[in-house]
Design a binder for this molecule. Structure first.
Ligand code: GLP
Length: 258
């Protein structure tokens, strides 16, 4: 497996390196004759990457994109729905057509069917070439909370209280944060051909250390990174402070990295 870790003081300094990783993989897929598929994440961590990609949008091949997750139960057009966040932060700055970019349908009458349809759409597009990721303070990926099966697929999930509290900053009050979401599963994320994860701040340090240096376990959803053959990790502002010098020097120290 290949693991690359980049550290900097701020994620702004890493947007360009993250964009390099994403663009090279999209171009490779394009050269192989496919319509490249980009997996997009919400949250604050990927914003410097999206800004860097927007500056280099002329280098983007024609592509399709799939978002990782979406709240269940917000009215369509709610500014904090991930459909709206992806429109503001990705579709418009990168000059994509809205029809190229799919987000799970958080207002579907039958959310389980919407989840199955979303998983099928990703497969029909040929799978994800490069998946952008953040990480939750509790080690979640997308909305796969601790306890999520390592081979899970797109489905309806309950949000942890800690996740609702962390995301309450985007809403007027904690009560306004949905309790459920549609999320790609850990198995869906693992099937992407390449993963690019960004994280910032000391609040993420413990989760990252557990994910990269601890056992691969459902209790730490991001520990699936250890099972993946092509992972690029960009960390800033103390997020990497729990990682061992051996891991940072590129030597595997734990779990499947050994
Ligand atoms: C949300 C999203 C995750 C994201 C996480 C971290 O819970 N569902 O996909 O990784 O937030 O967000 P941030 O990058 O703002 O710390």
């Amino acid at each position: 497996m290949t693991l690359r870790i980049h550290l900097a003081a701020t994620l702004d300094e890493l947007g360009g390196a993250a964009a390099d990783a994403v663009l090279s993989r999209l171009r490779k897929a394009h050269l192989q004759g496919a319509v490249p598929v980009l997996g997009v994440a919400t949250g604050s961590s990927p914003l410097s990457l999206y800004r860097a990609l927007a500056q280099r949008r002329d280098e983007l091949p024609p592509l399709r994109a799939f978002a990782l997750d979406e709240y269940l139960g917000l009215p369509p057009g709610h500014p904090e729905s991930y459909a709206e966040v992806v429109r503001r932060e990705v579709v418009e700055p990168l000059g994509l057509d809205a029809g190229q970019v799919a987000v799970p349908d958080g207002s579907a009458a039958d959310p389980e069917q919407a989840a199955a349809d979303y998983e099928a759409a990703i497969s029909a597009a040929g799978g994800v070439d490069v998946q952008i990721l953040g990480i939750g303070n509790n080690g979640h990926l997308a909305f796969n909370e601790p306890g999520s099966p390592l081979d899970s697929r797109t489905r309806v999930v309950q949000l942890d209280e800690s996740t609702r509290q962390a995301n309450a900053r985007f809403f007027s009050s904690l009560e306004d944060v949905p309790t459920q979401a549609l999320t790609q599963g850990l198995g869906t994320i693992r099937a992407a051909r390449s993963l690019v994860l960004l994280a910032s701040g000391a609040a993420k340090a413990e989760a990252l250390a557990a994910a990269l240096q601890g056992p691969v376990t459902e209790q730490v959803p991001a520990s699936i990174l250890q099972l993946h053959p092509d992972v690029t990790i960009l960390l800033a502002d103390g997020a990497g402070s729990g990682l061992s010098p051996d891991l940072l020097n590129g030597q595997a120290v734990a779990g499947a990295f050994r």
